[in-house]
Design a binder for this molecule. Structure first.
Ligand code: FMN
Length: 127
């Protein structure tokens, strides 16, 4: 029997679907904890879900600062805003760095395993 999908996964898939005509809808912000204990935030590209899981995948560079930061603290939060549907998703979790999965040795795959309670979804309302 397969694992039960996280409750937010279908909401996120719906948002991706309804915003799919907008190229920027695959970008989200990934915040980690900097080596000085301060927030460290950047934009990354959604690379899909790991097969049969809720794990969100991104690709990055072994030399990037985020990899150093994740070695010290593997916890992170995603903030993803969809401009067409006016929805924001904040997903927090632990990041696993997967090495050797890419033929380019400089590239790494990073997956985000959510930790419940994990989703703070909201829609912006106009006045
Ligand atoms: C639109 C956009 C998409 C980006 N996508 C990625 C990405 O998928 N992976 C990545 O490592 N960096 C991506 N970057 C660059 C990051 O925002 C960041 O500058 C870089 O990863 C270095 O961050 P770090 O020093 O905190 O590790 C993207 C930047 C922009 C503006």
């Amino acid at each position: 029997m397969g694992a039960v999908a996280a409750p937010w996964k279908q909401l996120l898939l719906n948002a991706l679907d309804s915003n799919s005509h907008l190229k920027h809808s695959s970008f989200f912000q990934l915040a980690t904890v900097g080596s000085n204990g301060r927030p460290s935030n950047r934009t990354v590209v959604f690379r899909g879900f790991q097969e049969n899981s809720d794990n969100i995948q991104i690709n990055t560079d072994t030399r990037s600062r985020k990899i150093e930061e994740l070695k010290k603290c593997p916890f992170a939060e995603i903030c993803w805003y969809f401009t067409e549907s006016w929805e924001q998703f904040r997903i927090s979790g632990r990041i696993d760095v997967i090495d050797g999965s890419n033929p380019d040795s400089v590239k790494l795959q990073v997956t985000m395993n959510s930790i419940p309670p994990t989703l703070h979804a909201c829609s912006l309302l106009t006045a």
